[in-house]
Design a protein. Structure first.
Length: 373
C-alpha cells in the first residue's frame, strides 16, 4: 500500500515532540512491512529532506506553512497525484489551526481519510471540531485508552468505526553500540520527557528535597527540553532547582541524542514520571521507560487500564503527593527485589506496544477498504 502520514513537524524538524517522533517510528514500521509511505509535512517546521531520513520506502512531501484551510487542499492534490491508498492525519487539537481542522473534517479526498487521535479535545469549541472531524473520517484510530474511554462514555456512535492502536516507544533500547554514561556512585534516578506544565515537575523537586533532607544519597537527571519558544519556562525551572537547594544533586540535561537518552534510562534505578493528569498510555515517556524494562514510579492512572498492575509492572501511590511518594521511593532505593519485580513486569507489558505489532494493526485497518471520503 501507499500510505500518506500527515504530521506538521515530521523529523528532522526545527521543533519535535511526541507526535512527530511517533509519526517517524510508524513510517519506519510500515516500510519495514513493505509498504510505501509519504510523510506530508509543513515547511514551517520540517527541514527540507525529500529522501525520508534515509528510510527505504519513505518520501517527504512539504506543504507550505503555516498550515491553514488551503493546506488541506494541497494535501488533497498530493493524494491525487500520488494515487495514495489512504491518508492518516496524526491529530491533536493543539497541533493545528482551527481553519485546518475544520477543513479536514469537511473535505473529501480521492482515498480513505483516516484520523488518528492522540488527544480528543481541549476547550469547549475543540469538542465540536473534534466531533466534526470524527464525522468526516472514514475510520478513526484511537492511540490511547483515554480516547476510547471518552468515546465509550460520551460518543458511542463513533465506536463502530474506531480502532484502538496504541503508541510505542520513540526511543530504542541501547544495542551493542550503546553510549556509555558515567553513572554516579549514588543511586541514579531520571525523569524523561518534554518540560511543560502538567508533567509534575515541581512535585518531583519537592519529593527530591524531602528525600535529601532524610539523608538519602542520589543523583537525579531531567532529560528533555521544553515546548517551542519555551526558553523562559526552562530557565525558571532551573532557578527552581537552585531555590530548593538541589543544584548539587539535580541536573537538567536538556535535549540530548536518542542514544544518550536510552543510555541514561537504562542506567537509572527507576524512572520518576508523576503526571498531573494521571498515568496514561498516551505518554511516550512511559512507553520508552517500559520498553527499556525499567521500573516506573508515577501517579494513579487517568482511566482504568486493565493491563496496568500496581506493584507488578508499574508503581503508584494512593495519593500523588510528597507524603505518598516518599515511602515508595525509599522502598525502591533500599529493596533490590521491588525494582527487579517491576522491571520484569514492565518488560512483559512492553510487548503489547512494540512497533511491529502496531504496524500490523495499522495494516489490518487500512486493508479494510472502503470508498473515498
Amino acid at each position: 500500500m501507499l500510505i500518506g502520514i500527515i504530521c506538521q513537524n515530521f523529523p528532522p524538524a526545527s521543533f519535535e515532540g511526541g507526535i512527530s517522533h511517533y509519526s517517524l517510528r510508524l513510517a519506519r514500521a510500515l516500510t519495514d512491512r513493505s509498504h510505501e509511505v509519504i510523510a506530508i509535512t509543513s515547511t514551517e517546521f520540517t527541514k527540507p529532506n525529500d529522501k525520508g531520513d534515509g528510510i527505504p520506502g519513505l518520501q517527504i512531501k512539504l506543504v507550505q506553512g503555516p498550515w491553514n484551510h488551503q493546506s488541506v487542499r494541497e494535501i488533497g492534490k498530493i493524494a491525487f497525484a500520488n494515487k495514495l491508498d489512504a491518508l492518516v492525519l496524526q491529530y491533536s487539537p493543539a497541533s493545528f489551526k482551527l481553519s485546518f481542522r475544520l477543513m479536514w473534517g469537511l473535505i473529501r479526498f480521492p482515498c480513505p481519510k483516516i484520523t488518528a487521535f492522540h488527544t480528543l479535545w481541549g476547550g469547549k469549541f475543540d469538542r465540536l471540531v473534534g466531533i466534526l472531524t470524527m464525522m468526516g473520517s472514514k475510520k478513526i484510530i484511537a492511540t490511547n485508552s483515554e480516547i476510547m474511554t471518552l468515546l465509550e462514555r460520551h460518543l458511542p456512535i463513533f465506536l463502530q468505526k474506531t480502532y484502538w492502536i496504541p503508541i510505542g516507544s520513540n526511543i530504542e533500547p541501547p544495542g551493542k553500540k550503546a553510549i556509555e554514561v558515567t553513572a554516579p556512585k549514588e543511586h541514579l534516578l531520571c525523569y524523561f520527557g518534554m518540560l511543560y506544565p502538567g508533567k509534575g515537575l515541581s512535585l518531583i523537586l519537592d519529593v527530591l528535597r524531602e528525600l535529601k533532607k532524610r539523608g538519602f544519597l542520589f543523583r537525579f537527571k531531567f532529560i528533555g527540553g521544553g515546548m517551542l519558544r519555551s526558553h523562559v519556562y526552562e530557565e525558571n525551572f532551573r532557578k527552581e532547582i537552585a531555590a530548593k537547594g538541589l543544584q548539587d544533586t539535580v541536573e537538567h540535561l536538556g535535549l540530548i541524542t536518542a542514544e544518550e537518552v536510552s543510555s541514561w534510562i537504562k542506567a537509572s534505578r527507576f524512572i520518576f514520571l508523576p503526571y498531573d493528569s494521571g498515568l496514561s498510555d498516551r505518554r511516550g515517556s512511559f512507553m520508552a521507560a517500559i520498553a527499556h524494562g525499567k521500573a516506573v514510579l508515577t501517579t494513579p492512572p487517568a482511566v482504568k487500564m486493565a493491563f496496568l498492575k500496581n506493584g507488578f509492572n508499574v508503581l503508584w501511590p494512593e495519593e500523588p503527593s510528597v507524603e505518598g511518594f516518599l515511602p515508595l521511593i525509599q522502598r525502591l532505593l533500599c529493596d533490590d527485589g521491588l525494582p527487579a519485580k517491576i522491571e520484569k513486569g514492565a518488560e512483559e507489558l512492553s510487548r503489547q506496544f512494540r512497533w511491529e505489532k502496531i504496524a500490523r494493526d495499522y495494516e489490518l485497518v487500512l486493508h479494510q477498504r472502503s470508498s473515498g471520503s
